[in-house]
Design a protein around this ligand. Structure first.
Ligand SMILES: C[S@@+](CC[C@H](N)C(=O)[O-])C[C@H]1O[C@@H](n2cnc3c(N)ncnc32)[C@H](O)[C@@H]1O
Length: 566
């Protein structure tokens, strides 16, 4: 049963309620937009200090040999500067297999560290450490999730001697009396993802490679996942989207300007036993020439910023130029029938027309488009949010905020939006571009919903298609109608999607009653008539109901909550 009618005594409040007019050029609701964001802080980033750096010189140490004897050991490398991992395929595969055998997974982490395993920063590490037992899994978690050194013997006991050697081969750890991690390994779904360690904020190098961040997650959850021949992940970072695509694509090209990012991507492919990811270094679409792809993902360095501090954050274009380039370039590189999920940013000089930039880019691509704003802020909040890492130093913080707001003022910016632009390239007539805000806290896996939404929009655009009233829509996902007991049929209530993007629409209760009757067997026209008869509506009232019900049904079809079954 996909459709649940929930009778409630009082109306609920949902953070970001889409009005039906959100299908028009400009979105109408902005109140649900959160100004909080961080590209380096991560849902999977409990933070930790890096390994100790004293004794960086050759130090006599001892270690366990394969036979169990101890022999003097020289600590070969131990310094603070980030190094590139070595993407040795065999060694990487061995490390991945050993961690999996131990149960190094999301579930394993939740079991050991509790529900908050993935939250918090490096300041949480001492607390997390104290939750750990001395099991073999706990040793691996201490080493690669909390990024703490562990005694060499413990590492061998947990992972086996060959795997410990593979850690050195791949550059994932330095070996000495302790095994000292040089990277973090984060379980993300079925995948293991190595990246640089915890962010040290201002001390992060320009080529810092972040772990699975909140924006990585947004991009991941909003990516449709059909089986395709060729996929492109632009600005791949640690390679997370390339790895995800590799699970449903024959071949994946992963690009980045950052050599260290590509080294991580190659190593991560090995850690996960994936042999179909090809890394290419270069800027924007230059590494792929005029090649075409059925899937393009890009969590771009989209931040509207006057700085060039971090490759993952500052794209180096004026204003939202990097994002514009990504949207237009993705459309050019999409194969017919292809999809793109792009995390980008756009500015507005008019608070009553927040999405004109993104709408303009998408409309000119000729693709079907879906713009999903997630964060939005005024210039001062934007500047404060993206410089929060300086907050402990009020002078530096103030200076940076001044520099950013001056930059935005000079550009005439009144509002900065950050979110996703989804594209679908197909022949034939286009549907108007939709804009629907997304609340990142409510977002679930939405890839199938995105596929449905674009498929339905293509169908609705078919020439000669029968009127929507003759169609027989059916729920394609869990829908909830939130009504009040005894509420009059004209009362506005919520119809919300209980999965995927969790969009919600306000509509009169009588229109919601029509939608609640749609089961794929009854036509929309008949469902409207049945409700009109039941409520004994006059001709004028029935005509209004028809308009309301068609609008609501169309919106639910266009977001993939309903599908057509005629
Ligand atoms: C926000 S990070 C996203 C990383 C990864 N895709 C993810 O979602 O976690 C942006 C990435 O784009 C890369 N990048 C920056 N400028 C680029 C450019 N001009 N062309 C290609 N990649 C670029 C950065 O090095 C960084 O790895």
């Amino acid at each position: 049963m996909l459709f649940a009618a929930v009778q409630r005594i009082s109306a609920s409040s949902t953070k970001s309620i889409r009005k039906l007019s959100s299908a028009s050029r400009t979105r109408t609701a902005v109140s649900g937009r959160s100004a909080a964001r961080s590209s380096t802080a991560t849902g999977a980033n409990p933070g930790a200090s890096t390994c100790s750096v004293e004794d960086a010189s050759a130090t006599k140490r001892s270690r366990l040999t394969a036979s169990g004897d101890t022999v003097p050991r020289v600590l070969r490398r131990r310094h603070d500067a980030p190094v590139s991992p070595t993407p040795d395929r065999l060694a990487g595969k061995a490390v991945g297999a050993a961690l999996r055998r131990l149960g190094y997974s999301e579930d394993g982490l939740f079991r050991l560290l509790g529900d908050e395993a993935y939250s918090g920063g490096r300041e949480e590490v001492p607390i997390h450490e104290r939750r750990l037992s001395d099991s073999r899994l706990a040793t691996a978690v201490r080493l690669f999730f909390l990024e703490r050194p562990v005694p060499f013997l413990d590492a061998v006991r947990a992972l086996g001697r060959r795997t410990v050697d593979a850690l050195e081969t791949t550059g994932l750890a330095d070996l000495g009396d302790d095994v000292a991690p040089r990277a973090r390994i984060t379980p993300v779904g079925e995948l293991l993802v190595a990246s640089d360690g915890y962010s040290r904020d201002v001390q992060d190098p320009p080529d810092y490679v972040a772990t699975y961040t909140p924006t990585s997650r947004l991009c991941d959850l909003l990516t449709p996942r059909p089986h395709v021949a060729r996929a492109l992940d632009l600005g791949t970072g640690n390679g997370i989207h390339a790895l995800r695509a590799a699970q449903h694509s024959r071949h994946v090209v992963a690009t980045d300007v950052n050599e260290r990012a590509l080294a991580y991507t190659e190593l991560n492919a090995a850690l996960n036993g994936l042999a179909n990811v090809e890394c290419r270094r270069g800027s924007l679409f230059e590494p792929v020439g005029d090649e075409r792809f059925e899937l393009i993902t890009c969590n771009a360095p989209f931040v509207v910023s006057p700085e060039r501090r971090w490759a993952y954050r500052d794209g180096g274009f004026e204003a939202d130029g990097f994002s514009e380039h990504i949207v237009r370039g993705a459309a050019d590189h999409l194969a017919e029938g292809g999809f793109a999920t792009l995390l980008v940013s756009w500015i507005a000089d008019d608070e009553d027309a927040l999405d004109e930039h993104a709408l303009g880019w998408v409309e000119e691509t000729g693709c079907d488009g879906w713009i999903l704003p997630v964060f939005g802020s005024e210039p001062l909040d934007h500047a404060a949010g993206w410089n929060a890492h300086l907050a402990a130093d009020p002078d530096a913080y103030g200076t940076a905020v001044d520099e950013w707001t001056r930059y935005l003022d000079d550009l005439g910016v009144r509002w900065v939006s950050e979110g996703a632009v989804l594209l679908h390239k197909r022949p034939g007539a286009r549907r108007p571009v939709r804009v629907d805000e997304v609340d990142e806290d409510e977002l679930d896996e939405a890839g199938d919903q995105v596929l449905r939404a674009f498929a339905t929009r293509a169908r609705l655009a078919e020439p000669g298609r029968a009127e929507l009233l003759e169609g027989r829509p059916a729920p394609a996902a869990r829908l909830v109608v939130e009504n009040e007991l005894g509420a009059p049929p004209s009362r506005e209530i919520l119809v919300r999607l209980d999965e995927g993007t969790h969009h919600a629409f306000e509509a009169p209760a009588r229109a919601a009653a029509v939608v609640a009757a749609l089961d794929g067997r009854v036509s929309l026209g008949d469902a409207i008539q049945a409700v009109a008869d039941r409520l004994s509506l006059s001709a004028g009232q029935a005509s209004r109901l028809r308009r309301e019900a068609v609008d609501l049904t169309r919106a639910l079809l266009e977001i993939g909550a309903l599908e057509l079954s005629y």
